[in-house]
Design a protein around this ligand. Structure first.
Ligand SMILES: [Zn+2]
Length: 676
């Protein structure tokens, strides 16, 4: 069985779903040879929760994953992978984004879980670290080719259509004005490679193929740029195509179905039905019998706005009717109004029958919504992954702001987020200040503003933003961590140490807090204690390049150069675009008097991070020690010019000036004997 999930692909941007502009020949062909579900609804427009639903047949309240980066799939519940691996299937998963990292619990049941994705430690959107579909499919094809006698279950996840939209050629040129469609076309081409393999190896005749998107993409509709914030059709309606060998090709199922139905259906089609209470329905009888499945209520939700302190949203599809549960509920007749432009419920009271249906789907939720401790706990879980974290207070549902009413501020925030990711710091700051003007006490906005200030080098403003976020969000370890890091960067080591201890007292399971504590201990002259913290952090997350880089720094200080070099090289292997370990390696090579190697390492650091002024200064020192005095002097001057206005380098500027003066003395001493 082959399951391909195509992240962030709207149904109505595929040819098979009526988009005449689309370049999706492979998916279209699959639809013509299989069954196309005309209306398939995602249970949640967020990657991790939706994949948990796709693989398990459970709705988010019952697998407990409500947001990206928050928690792990329950270890006691079955998935397609656990079921098929018990039945002697060979199982492999190949994912395109860190958001589906094995730590989030979906790896269970897979003999191979290939989530080997380089992370960029300096990127603000670390959770969104991704690799191109081509690489994912290369890995999947290599695994498929090594198959044995057993039937296989392969899950391939293609993340490319996710923002930012940057399609590879030739799709970039062909879809110049619609880069999102270019990404969809490139994803289609990768699906084509998998389908070609099945055809060429003859496995086509015995392999069930399912393709689904986890959610769609708003592309600006309803004021939403991407997905996750609302539960309108552009993000909920997804392509779903299933091809079963031997079935009549080209069928279209018109009755709306949910992605929660996919796992029970695939399990039944492979003769290995899932046991236990499921939210999803087995649609295989309808598929095998050529009829339509019975109509059912379809539940969707997003808890994402709650992270910002706003109300979550639920949606119910009942035939043509769609109800959105919100502080101001909405009802649409999708047959008459597919774009959800005229709510039938404006300014009306909630519909009791639909509210009751939603309540029944949310009953027995795995992490029940309770005010107080339960929320603080989930906020800490979120924060532990560097993702946008929880809200300070949990007033009654109806007292929270309706996401519709804060869509403008959210859009500014989202814009600012992509500015931060793209390094456009001034515009990011402006947008965050504007967002805060309409929601002044939003701790998530304040936290992002802190990051913008920090990257702009304005540490005092950053510290003020973080302190305010901590005040507003007493359970939030994330802002505490950011505060500690910034205090460290500002050279306020004692305060950084206290802030890190404070962050740790809220959550001692976060590797990044241990890192700050270690850095503070190192700055306080306690490298041994620092190393213990970094080792603890590395045990929690062995694939974090930043931790290895810090281990390298402290091992260097402890005069354990071989171990330091190994740590730096591990950091480089984990994150090839990360400059800091090259800088550390260069310093190590200077200490080892390998000056040309050191210069090369600093050059690598500067190529990766042109604003890495420390590497620039170190490069001068390496050149001077190698005896190349003119190059050393120009490197020092280069450093002084580059770091002229950066408050972090005041001390280093003095050092550089002294070094230049010393060089001048050396040169005049060297030239004097000749003059005599
Ligand atoms: Zn997704």
């Amino acid at each position: 069985m082959l399951l391909v999930t195509i992240d962030t692909v709207r149904a109505d941007h595929l040819g098979a779903y009526g988009d005449v502009r689309a370049e999706t020949p492979n998916l279209d062909r699959l639809a013509h040879s299989g069954v196309r579900f005309d209306t398939a609804i995602s249970a949640v427009p967020l990657t991790l929760p939706s994949h948990a639903t796709i693989l398990s047949g459970l709705l988010p309240p019952h697998h407990g994953l409500r947001n990206n980066g928050a928690g792990a799939f329950p270890s006691t519940r079955a998935t397609l992978a656990t079921r098929l691996s018990e039945s002697d299937y060979r199982t492999g998963a190949f994912v395109g984004s860190y958001v589906l990292d094995h730590r989030f619990g979906l790896a269970r049941g897979f003999e191979t879980y290939d989530d080997d994705i380089a992370r960029d430690p300096s990127a603000p959107g670390a959770l969104e670290a991704e690799r191109p579909g081509r690489e994912v499919v290369d890995r999947a094809l290599a695994w498929l080719a090594k198959g044995d006698e057993r039937p296989f279950f392969a899950w391939v996840h293609l993340y490319d259509a996710h923002a930012p939209y940057d399609p590879p050629e030739p799709f970039r040129s062909r879809h110049r004005d619609h880069p999102y469609d270019g990404e969809v076309a490139s994803v289609d081409a990768q699906v084509g490679r998998l389908l070609d393999w099945l055809a060429q190896t003859g496995r086509e005749k015995e392999t069930i193929v399912a393709v689904a998107a986890d959610h769609g993409e708003a592309l600006g509709e309803h004021g939403e740029l991407t997905h996750g914030f609302f539960v309108y059709e552009p993000t909920l309606r997804v392509p779903l195509i299933v091809r079963v060998p031997g079935l009549v090709p080209g069928r279209v199922v018109r009755t709306p179905v949910s992605l929660v139905d996919l796992a029970p259906t695939l399990a039944a089609l492979s003769g290995k039905p899932l046991a236990g209470a499921l939210d999803g329905r087995d649609l295989s009888p309808a598929l095998l019998g050529r009829g339509e499945p019975p109509a059912a209520d379809l539940y969707s939700e997003t808890e994402y706005p709650r992270i910002f302190g706003w109300s979550g949203l639920s949606a119910l599809h009942r035939k043509n009717l769609k109800y959105i549960q919100a502080p101001r509920p909405e009802i649409y007749d999708l047959a008459q109004d597919p774009h959800e432009t005229r709510s039938l419920a404006q300014a009306r009271t909630p519909r009791a029958d639909l509210e009751a249906a939603i309540a029944s789907f949310r009953r027995d939720a795995l992490s029940p919504e309770k005010p107080g401790n339960a929320d603080r706990e989930s906020a800490a879980k979120l924060a532990s992954l560097g993702y946008i974290s929880g809200s300070p207070s949990t007033p009654e549902h109806s007292a929270l702001r309706d996401p519709k009413d804060v869509a403008g501020a959210f859009r500014q925030f989202e814009d600012a987020h992509w500015d931060l990711v793209g390094g456009r710091l001034e515009p990011a700051r402006g947008k965050l200040l504007a967002a805060l003007a309409s929601d002044p006490d939003n701790p998530v906005f304040l936290d992002s503003l802190g990051l913008a200030y920090r990257r702009l080098g304005d540490f005092e403003a950053a510290i003020r933003s973080y302190r305010r976020a901590v005040e507003l969000s007493p359970g939030d370890a994330d802002s505490r961590y950011d505060l500690a890091v910034t205090l460290k960067e500002a050279g306020r080591i004692d305060e950084a140490f206290s802030a890190a201890q404070d962050a740790l007292s809220h959550d001692d399971s976060r590797p990044d807090t241990l890192v700050v504590l270690g850095i503070a201990l190192l700055a306080k002259g306690k490298p041994g204690e620092a190393l213990a913290q970094f080792d603890r952090a590395a045990a929690l997350d062995p694939r974090d390049a930043r931790i290895e880089n810090n281990r390298g720094n402290v091992l260097r200080e402890l005069k354990r150069p071989a171990e330091a070099e190994a740590a730096y090289r591990r950091a480089i292997a984990l994150a090839p675009r990360y400059a800091d370990p090259w800088n550390g390696l260069g310093a190590l090579e200077v200490e080892d008097r390998r000056f040309p190697d050191a210069v090369a390492s600093f050059d690598r650091a500067l190529a990766l991070a042109p604003a890495d002024h420390e590497a620039r200064l170190n490069r001068g020192i390496a050149l001077e020690m190698a005896g190349d005095l003119p190059s050393a002097e120009s490197a020092y001057r280069d450093f002084l010019a580059a770091a002229a206005n950066d408050p972090r380098f005041a001390r280093e500027r003095q050092v550089a000036s002294r070094l230049i003066a010393r060089l001048a003395r050396k040169e005049s001493e060297a030239s004097q004997p000749e003059r005599r």
